[in-house]
Design a protein around this ligand. Sequence first.
Ligand code: HEC
Length: 142
Amino acid sequence: MKKIGRIMTCAALGVVALGGIAAAHGTGEHGGMSHDPQMQKLHAMMPMFSESSAQLETALAKGDQAAADHEAGRILAAIPDLKKSRPHRNVKLKKGFVKLAGQLGEQTTQVRDLARKGEFPAARAAFQKLEATCGECHEKYR
Ligand code: HEC
């Protein structure tokens, strides 16, 4: 189910490759984007961020500790790859990109830890900040 959602999102964007297969995807299929495996990686990764953060928000609203833990874990697991990936715009400002990726990681950890303690109002407030980081990075690098 989740996997299908991700595939559909990617297909809609014209991306056939997922995750590590990205490099085998070939080049030049959509406007030069796929020339760079690190850009492909980012493109393939973002639908998961979108899906996981939506499910994390739902879990926090419901006070569902297990689900919150699971979704935060998925985001956290992808942070190292996010740091290594390459944005399309402002490629020269890579330092800022890595910093924002790190910030997303810290905020996700915060949300997860608050949810683990059952402090859901605080976790929801921390989630707002997490989402602001998504927006901050998109404003600059998407
Ligand atoms: C460190 C920078 C950064 C962070 C943090 C970040 N994104 Fe992105 N995001 C990007 C870039 C760059 C693109 C454009 C990628 C592309 O076009 O291939 C993008 C694209 C997207 C897309 C469009 C799909 C796509 O592949 O173009 C979605 C949806 C998305 N991000 C969701 C999120 C969500 C939700 C979060 C926070 C949980 C988030 N992103 C955090 C950099 C970031």
